[in-house]
Design a protein. Structure first.
Length: 548
């Protein structure tokens, strides 16, 4: 057990660096930290590029594309991961706009959809939901929105691809409300669609923004016409403007006016229409983010809530990214700053290990490159290189014993049994899986009966990454096989006897322990899970569990 540094030593750290409260308050107020949630192909990459264009980080537009094009095959993805910098830099992007500091956290989708995707959402203060207006609400959008809901994260909505034939806008809103169970407040409204897309009407400002295709420029000014009754409009497109007037009447009658409080509470989403590829409607989104989305908010740290403006530094790790370079094996822990000012070279306390560390090497994520950070404030993400001693959920402070909460594990949707070709490597296998499990790359379950370990993931790519890393980093050639398991639930109960009985019963064949030694039930089907729950009313079955 490491020594506990005396509180006197801790006081000294704080004493040497007096940070003016106004400075911290100002820096916090101008920060916005958000992520984009969307189903693959809705336009997240395109929109990210356009957002970065506004910050002047034009060179990154290529970087985002480069990463995207590598996504088609896993092997390419691994190659790209190896080119350190690219994926790390594009997983967090910081840029300035209108005297604000915007942190955009990438939430990988599609094949690289994994637990990371979920955990990143615990580090944002708001989210931008991008929907392909031709397709409406899709599967991944639903999953990600449900994660946002756990923390009542405020959501902005962008209906993309209005330059194509899309679904009826009113129907889209209706779908968002009924499927995602969130109230819609349209802020802009489309005028036509596809070939006849003329622009959007800003419902709050009574202005029409005229559409022009093909903008590669950030400072593109779209022409604005004031007033829906402006005679110029009926000259330009008489048909669409009549349609618009009808729709606007309907919208005013049938939908909700924008309500900042409801947005901040996560119960209402302001909706914008546009076309990311044409950079149309993107500025409106960015402005809404700065004007309406919250600055960093207080965070629960078990013993108390930590406010962003308090002077001592604190933060938590929400993601670990391995470098994939077998020669170095260094990892970057992504830490979200929750309070105070972080300065390079300062001493911070790694609370789980109860150890003070001097942080001299730390990376920040400016949109164009990976840079050394000099200072950071609440809402910012900093990257701490380490050799595996930092884990997801770890809290850091200047000494106070805090434990930030709300970094969940999600019940996996996919399962594999793991075997090895060379039995002599069993120790390495267990060590590798233990570490990869701690890192959050995959969930590892050890059945009470039977020796084969079971891996669980929320995205199948996680298995490929784990297989490749076991081989490269631990020299273990593992084979993954399908299992009959369809879902997992963590089990808890105040009734210790019931837990023991459960393990000994016939259901015990499906009981396993995860890497943190929590009891779980691995169900073979939805029916099996339902029956087991009914048979064991003294037990609680959880679909998520918080980081210990
Ligand atoms: P992601 O998978 O969500 O990152 O989606 P991408 O940004 O890669 O976009 C998927 C496809 O949709 C690409 O071929 C884009 O060029 C296209 N796309 C994105 N935005 C628009 C848009 O506003 N209009 C049209 N017509 N296509 C778009």
């Amino acid at each position: 057990v490491p020594d506990t540094p005396s509180t006197e030593a801790v006081d000294n750290i704080a004493d040497t660096r007096k940070v003016p409260a106004e400075l911290i308050a100002r820096e916090v107020a101008r920060r916005r930290t958000f992520g984009i949630i969307s189903h693959p192909d809705a336009g997240k990459t395109t929109l990210t590029e356009k957002l970065l264009l506004f910050s002047g980080a034009i060179q990154l537009a290529g970087t985002v594309k480069a990463r995207k094009s590598g996504r088609h095959a896993t092997s390419d993805w691994m190659e790209i991961e190896k080119q350190r910098g690219i994926s790390v830099a594009s997983s967090v992007m910081q840029f300035e706009y209108r005297d604000h500091v915007v942190n955009l956290l990438d939430t990988p989708g599609h094949q690289d959809f994994s637990e990371d995707t979920y955990r990143v959402l615990t580090a944002v203060d708001s989210a931008l939901m991008v929907i392909d207006a031709a397709k409406g609400v899709e599967e991944q959008t639903i999953k990600l929105l449900n994660v946002c809901r756990m923390r009542a994260t405020p959501i902005l909505t962008f209906m993309n691809k209005m330059d194509r034939e899309t679904r009826d806008p009113l129907e889209l809103l209706d779908e968002v409300e009924s499927v995602l169970k969130i109230q819609c407040a349209p802020v802009t409204w489309p005028i036509g669609m596809g070939k006849n897309f003329r622009g959007v009407y800003h419902l709050l400002r009574d202005e029409i923004l005229l559409f022009k295709a093909g903008s590669e420029r950030a400072d593109q000014e779209f022409e604005v016409v004031k007033g829906i009754d402006n005679p110029r409009l009926s000259e330009m497109f008489p048909l669409e403007i009549e349609q618009l007037k009808m729709e606007v009447e309907l919208v005013h009658g049938a939908s909700h006016p924008f309500d900042l409080e409801a947005f901040l509470a996560g119960t209402q989403t302001p909706v914008f229409f546009g076309s990311a590829i044409n950079n149309f409607g993107v500025r409106e989104i960015l402005n809404a983010l700065l004007d309406w989305a919250p600055a960093p908010r207080p965070r629960d740290a078990s013993v108390r809530a930590v406010t962003p403006v308090e002077a001592p530094f604190s933060g938590f790790v929400f993601k670990i990214q391995a470098n994939m370079d077998p020669a170095h094996r260094d990892r970057i822990a992504f830490l979200r700053v929750c309070s105070g000012r972080f300065e390079r070279g300062m001493k911070v306390k790694h609370l789980r290990l109860n150890r003070e560390i001097k942080v001299s090497s730390v990376v920040t994520f400016m949109a164009s490159s990976r840079e050394q950070v000099e200072e950071a404030f609440a809402g910012d993400i900093i990257g701490l290189p380490n050799h595996g001693n930092m884990q997801i959920g770890d809290s850091f402070s200047e000494g106070e014993q805090l434990q930030f909460t709300g970094i969940p594990y999600f019940a996996p949707d996919f399962f594999r049994m793991v075997r090895i070709r060379n039995p002599l490597k069993i120790k390495q296998l267990h060590k590798g899986l233990q570490q990869l499990g701690e890192e959050g790359a995959v969930q590892v379950f050890k059945p009470v009966h039977g020796g084969d370990l079971i891996l669980g993931a929320v995205g199948v790519l996680q298995f490929e990454v784990v297989a490749s890393r076991l081989l490269n980093e631990y020299g273990v050639d593992a084979v993954f096989e399908g299992t009959s398991i369809s879902s997992a639930r963590w089990i808890s109960s105040d009734d210790k006897k019931a837990l023991a009985d459960f393990e000994r019963s016939s259901a015990g064949a499906n009981v396993a322990y995860d890497a943190a030694n929590n009891m779980a039930y691995l169900a073979t089907s939805g029916v099996n899970l339902k029956l087991t729950q009914e048979r064991w009313p003294q037990l609680t079955f959880h679909a998520t569990r918080e980081h210990a």
